[in-house]
Design a protein around this ligand. Structure first.
Ligand SMILES: [Cu+2]
Length: 125
């Protein structure tokens, strides 16, 4: 009779460990020239890792599900190469990202959001 309770307790612990809003670090793989939705909130992007299966134009939609304004700027070699403007919570914006093979990073440039965790990596295979 005790085993179900123990199993449930373990399950709840796992949920508690994963359920926090702090830094979900999820990576997704998307087709080349497809679409992708990214959620922004304080202070993370989800997914924070993106692998694109080839160069092309990726349509990225950023949903701001936080309570502050956010943006997403795609960076390569320290330069902004695309992304969205800053926009308020509860809204979303799309950006067409022209991608070449290689490594990019993306950040939110509002205030110190990048330092607080709003950053991610995008790789084009
Ligand atoms: Cu932000």
């Amino acid at each position: 009779m005790r085993r179900p309770a123990l199993t449930l307790a373990a399950f709840v612990l796992v949920l508690a460990g994963c359920g926090g809003d702090d830094q979900p670090r999820r990576t997704v793989t998307v087709p080349a020239a497809g679409g992708l939705r990214v959620v922004a909130k304080e202070y993370s992007f989800d997914p924070a890792g993106i692998v694109v299966r080839g160069p092309g134009v990726l349509r990225l939609t950023l949903s701001n599900e936080g309570s502050l304004a956010h943006n997403l700027k795609l960076m390569r070699d320290g330069r902004v190469v695309g992304g969205t403007p800053s926009f308020p919570a509860g809204e979303s914006r799309s950006a067409r990202l022209r991608l070449e093979r290689g490594e990019y990073e993306f950040v939110c440039t509002v205030g110190d959001h990048e330092e607080l965790g709003m950053k991610g990596e995008l790789r084009v295979d």
